[in-house]
Structures are given as C-alpha cells and as structure tokens.
Design a protein around this ligand. Sequence first.
Ligand code: DX5
Ligand code: ZN
Length: 226
Amino acid sequence: MSNTPIKIAPSILSGDFSRLGDQVREATAAGANYIHLDVMDGRYVPNLTFGSVVIENLNEYTNLPLDAHLMVVDPDRHVNNFIKAGVHHITVHVEAANHLHSIIYGIKEAGLKAGVALNPSTPISAIEEILPFIDIALILTVNPGFSGQTLIPSALNKATKLKNIIQEKGYTVEIEVDGGVNPETAAMVAKSGADTVVAGSAIFNNKVSISQAMNNLRSKLQEPFN
Ligand code: DX5
Ligand code: ZN
C-alpha cells in the first residue's frame, strides 16, 4: 500500500452534456486530477457519446490532463483526431486494436501518454508484451458502455495482480480503475493498488454537488491508509 493519494478522474459521461465546459470547470475546482472522456461509437459498445470535435475546446475550461478512453472499433482510425483535439492521454482497448504496438508508438511519438484498457473478462496476460511501452493500464471493473453500473470484484483483483507485475519488473505504468467506483466501493478499490480511479455517477449526480461528491470519494479512498 502506498501513501500517495489516489488520483480521481471524473468521467463526464455522467455529466450534463449541455453544459460540458461548466461541468469540467467545476470538477477541476473540486480538485480532480484528470478529466476522463468516455468516447463511444455505438459499435464497440452499444452507447454513442461524443467524438474529437466535441472535446476540442475543453482545454479552455481546465488545465488538467484530458484522459480519453476510446471505446471504439478500429481505434487506429481515430487516434490522430484526438491528438489534434488536444487530449493528453489516449487509452485504447486491447480487444479492439488491430496493431496495438503501432498505435501506442504513434500516441507516444506525439508526446501524449498512451494507455491500454482491459474489459472485465480480458486477462492481464493480454497486455504482457505491451506493458513496457505504455503509461496507463485501465482496468474496467464494469462492462463498458454505461455509467452507474455495479463494480465487478473479480475484475478488480486484476489491478492487484497487475500492480505486482509492474513492481516486480520496475515498469512505470499507472493503474486506472474504471467503473462502479463510489464511496461504498472506494476502500476496496484503494486497497487493490489503483493509482487513479475514474468516477462518473459518483461525481456527477443530482444528489450532491460536484465538490461535495469529490470530497466524499476522496476521504473514502484515503480511509484504508489512515
Ligand atoms: C464505462 C466507462 C466509465 C463510466 C464510469 O464504459 O468507461 O468511465 O463512465 O461510470 P461510473 O463511475 O458511474 O461506473
Ligand atoms: Zn472510461
């Protein structure tokens, strides 16, 4: 376990898309570490969200890294548009990429951080060969496509396995846990070895303000280390 605070990346998937800029600004003021952008094409996942055109002005509302999670088929075809749109991290699915090494190489060559995402049923071994080349490993703890789902504990176990491999080999890969992270699951997620958590419905909802939601989640993530 580490005492480094776990980073929080609010996912605007749960936000109000009609006031995207304001929501990003509020999440930034509330102490977010990244802004997580869930890009869905209606093919790789059933849902359809937004593309690079919608997010290209978001840097005007935040100085935080824009963390794009591409849930699209043929991510190879889209990566350059997201680089041009000004995002800082691009994560593609290992299950969707045809030539993963080449995509990762292209992202890094453009000066961005490159990530690989794994669905709940995808084993850690699927990223063994790419691990030395990536900056982020995103462990999905729900099936991709929607916010507000329940965390799958067996998927979370992969974060711990991966943490051990990363430490053993001395890689500098950040582990992002994405899906079903909320104040109730935060302690187990924190213990799993996550460096960053993505949170959608726990941050953007009608029950509490964004800043209150951020404070609640942050304190629960810290609890196991107190
Ligand atoms: C799932 C997305 C997540 C989602 C998380 O497809 O990758 O980022 O927005 O939402 P919550 O935190 O509500 O599970
Ligand atoms: Zn995501």
